[in-house]
Design a protein around this ligand. Structure first.
Ligand code: 4AD
Ligand code: MG
Length: 432
């Protein structure tokens, strides 16, 4: 019977088969210790000369790193370690003997070498843990959305419109005309909420970002919910509740993986609700008084500013009501101060930067939207459909966007977002 390694506890004393790869081996004349993995976990296979036929013992000796095989034997409890199991191997069916030159070894490799070998690097333990945590975050997001009655709406990838300004669009020749890879599915999710109520999209988005930082990819995934009739005073509670659900799911279901990443788990466990909430102007004041930033009123925050603010609070921090000049065209002005908008970013602690952005009450004032589209030098005709949605049944509504990789980077404690997506695309890398 075939089982997966993470089922071993249920099969102690039974003869089973595990199909997987050998990632390490220690041998003496009488015994081979085979370190096996199958994607669900790791187990040590023990091949003892007296317990197997000479052919099987020889097969075990031939196995090289990354060779694949089916290992049949009995599951036993590790003599000393709790919750650890071993496979007393009786038979081996080899699928592939890998050449003895697997490029990724135990020694340190530089980032360029690892990225060049991303197709193999993915097999390393930390990368495995990152991908398992990424998967957990994706499922937690979908589960949260479903529990809260959101309908998934898949936004198109090929678009005519910019959502977040025109500077970092990827251009595509679209037959006789121009198109762009989507920067954000937001405008489409907004259109769909008139039909479906609470909606979200969750797909790849693209930014021709010239920024070469540890927080930027040119292709990343974004979760973007929209809530009809929600007012700004409810938005931060919603974002907090959403992120809390994701955080608790990872803590509950991916403990082992968090340990593999060597993340400071207690920091995550000690996060408290509610998250601090400060205005843009309060944030500017904190930065100016710190003496660590030369930021001026009206400037956007740099990466160091975001890090300082989050360190100051040692928690995820909401910064709300940015000057209108820093915000996107669809954001509603604050009725109490027309120079700022009803928008909010959530800054992750520990230096991971803006985790949730674009959060705002969306305007449905057609005159204002037309004016801001013109100011941004965007073509009115490309946005006519978007304006149409407000014409027929416009209403206050709120939404936000969370970059999946920023969330994975924060929760896994990864130094760079390129380790949080299977095949990262950055300014100078599109292969593999
Ligand atoms: O702040 P942004 O640009 O907001 C929007 O796109 C809104 N339209 C979303 C919405 O309200 N529906 O991007 C949202 C988030 C950021 O906070 C960040 O987490 C992530 O997307 N992000 C990136 N992640 C990786 N690489 C990049 N180049 C990113 N740009 C943004
Ligand atoms: Mg932003």
């Amino acid at each position: 019977m075939n089982i997966f390694i993470n089922q071993a506890a249920d099969f102690v004393g039974q003869e089973i088969t595990i199909r997987g790869w050998m990632f390490n081996k220690r041998s003496s004349g009488k015994i081979h210790f085979l370190e096996l993995r199958d994607g669900t976990g790791e187990i040590q296979g023990i091949v003892f000369v007296n317990a197997v036929s000479p052919e099987v013992f020889e097969k075990a000796g031939k196995l090289t790193i990354e060779s694949s095989a089916a290992f049949t034997g009995t599951i036993s409890k590790h003599p000393k370690l709790e919750n650890t199991f071993e496979l007393q191997v009786k038979d081996i069916e080899i699928y592939c003997i890998a050449p003895d030159d697997y490029p990724i070894g135990k020694k340190e490799h530089g980032p360029d070498f690892l990225l060049e070998n991303r197709h193999l690097w993915l097999r390393s333990k930390k990368q495995w843990a990152n991908m398992r945590i990424r998967d957990e975050i994706i499922w937690a997001i979908r589960e949260y959305m479903r529990k809260n009655e959101f309908t998934l709406v898949d936004a198109p990838i090929l678009t005519k419109t910019a959502c977040e300004g025109t500077t970092d669009l990827f251009h595509v020749d679209y037959f006789e005309s121009d198109a762009y890879l989507s920067q954000s599915g937001q405008l489409y999710t907004e259109a769909a909420e008139y039909a479906l109520g609470k909606t979200y999209c969750f797909g790849p988005t693209f930014r021709a970002e010239k920024s070469k930082t540890r927080r930027h990819l040119t292709e990343f995934w974004m979760i973007e919910p929209e809530v009809p009739f929600m007012k700004f005073d409810e938005l931060m509670d919603f974002e907090e509740d959403f992120l809390w659900y994701v955080l608790q799911s990872v803590l509950k279901n991916r403990r082992k993986e968090l340990e593999v990443t060597e993340r400071d788990i207690s920091f995550l466990e000690n996060i408290k609700r509610p998250f601090p909430r400060i205005t843009y102007h309060e944030a500017i004041k904190i930065l100016q008084e710190s003496g660590k930033s030369d930021i001026k009123d009206g400037d956007d925050f740099g990466a160091d500013d975001e890090t300082y603010i989050a360190e100051h609070f040692k928690a995820p921090v909401f910064i709300h009501r940015f000057p209108t000049s820093l915000t996107s065209f669809f954001q509603e002005p604050d009725p109490n101060n027309p120079n700022v908008t009803l928008n909010v970013d959530l800054i992750a602690p520990e230096g991971y930067g803006e985790l949730i952005g674009g959060g705002s009450q969306r305007s449905y004032n057609l005159e204002l939207l037309e004016k801001r589209i013109a100011e941004e030098k965007m073509e009115r005709k490309d946005y006519a459909w978007y304006l149409d949605t407000m014409k027929y049944g416009g209403m206050p509504h709120c939404g936000f966007g969370m970059g999946l990789e920023r969330c994975v980077a924060w929760l896994t404690g990864s130094q760079h977002v390129r380790e949080t997506i299977p095949f990262p695309r950055t300014i100078n890398r599109i292969c593999p």
